[in-house]
Design a protein around this ligand. Sequence first.
Ligand code: NAD
Ligand code: LMR
Length: 333
Amino acid sequence: RQKLMTKTPVTVTVTGAAGQIGYALLFRIASGHLLGADVPVRLRLLEIPAATKAAQGTAMELDDCAFPLLAGVDVFDDPKAAFDGVNVALLVGARPRTKGMERGDLLEANGGIFGPQGAAINAGAASDVRVLVVGNPANTNALIAQQHAPDVPADRFTAMTRLDHNRALAQLAAKLQVPVAELRKVTIWGNHSATQYPDVFHAEAAGRAVKDLVDQAWLADEFIPRVAKRGAEIIEVRGASSAASAASAAIDHVHTWVNGTAEGDWTSAAIVSDGSYGVPAGLISSFPVTSTGGKWEIVQGLEISEFSRARIDASVAELQEERTAVQGLGLIK
Ligand code: NAD
Ligand code: LMR
């Protein structure tokens, strides 16, 4: 389906388009929430062959919404075709862990997905391509894709910890009885896993230091584990992993990346480390970040307490173990 538009549409490729996050994500992209209310988009949906029919059904529904910004929708089962000319790539589709699967099996199965997708992005993406990996294990999947795209600047590959960031904001807002909009400078460090470290030591609530408003026991025993294990809690209560909140966080991540962070605030994103805060260079780890001119920058100069240091190190150690495991499997060099 083609429509006449004045601006050139931005090409957005979504993998795992027939999955539950895909279903929550696509309609918000098509209605202008990803890039802005005046930016037309062309959607390219990638699925495995068994799910392309379901993706076609979603494409029909997208048509039926008559979104003024939607320039077209195409469905693919071939990564090369799906990523041809892509400006924004949302890598959502991944192999979930099934019964009896070891961690190595999961990493290997996902290496088989994210390696070829990285290579396809390398071969055909637009020069301004920006990639967000949502599919788990998100940081290491992003690393695999990035390592298969040597011609794309490494800083274009990111993994999602915005959901963890948003969960931290929601928990703090409830605890302090302040609106989410009054919170600033919360950070998620490390891996999108239960080892992540949600850090409020530099955070502000309505202009006051959060660390003066909460006690250490609440932080260590309630807030940090609550945020870090929220994904598992949602699976337990909902009976399926988070979908609409994950889609919403993906929208937030790309919107901030393209349109910038608010003055006096930062957000969290897993980006390629430059060695800041002792995180080994090359790992895709979550940091406090700002975005200016379409580029993430790590917030520098933050004082890191012993309490924080131990937790950052633990999550970074897990990322290093994952990197070593995928190197051992021959998925990256
Ligand atoms: P889902 O099982 O509903 O959908 C996944 C879809 O991906 C399926 O339709 C499947 O056919 C497709 N897929 C599998 N391999 C593919 C490939 N090679 N190419 C294209 N598509 C492929 O899962 P979901 O609930 O939508 O979740 C998707 C992923 O997001 C999972 O890995 C989940 O763990 C992860 N997740 C991450 C976060 C985060 O914060 N980073 C949050 C929630 C979920
Ligand atoms: C989440 O944080 O909700 C997900 O990453 C959980 C999962 O394992 O899919």
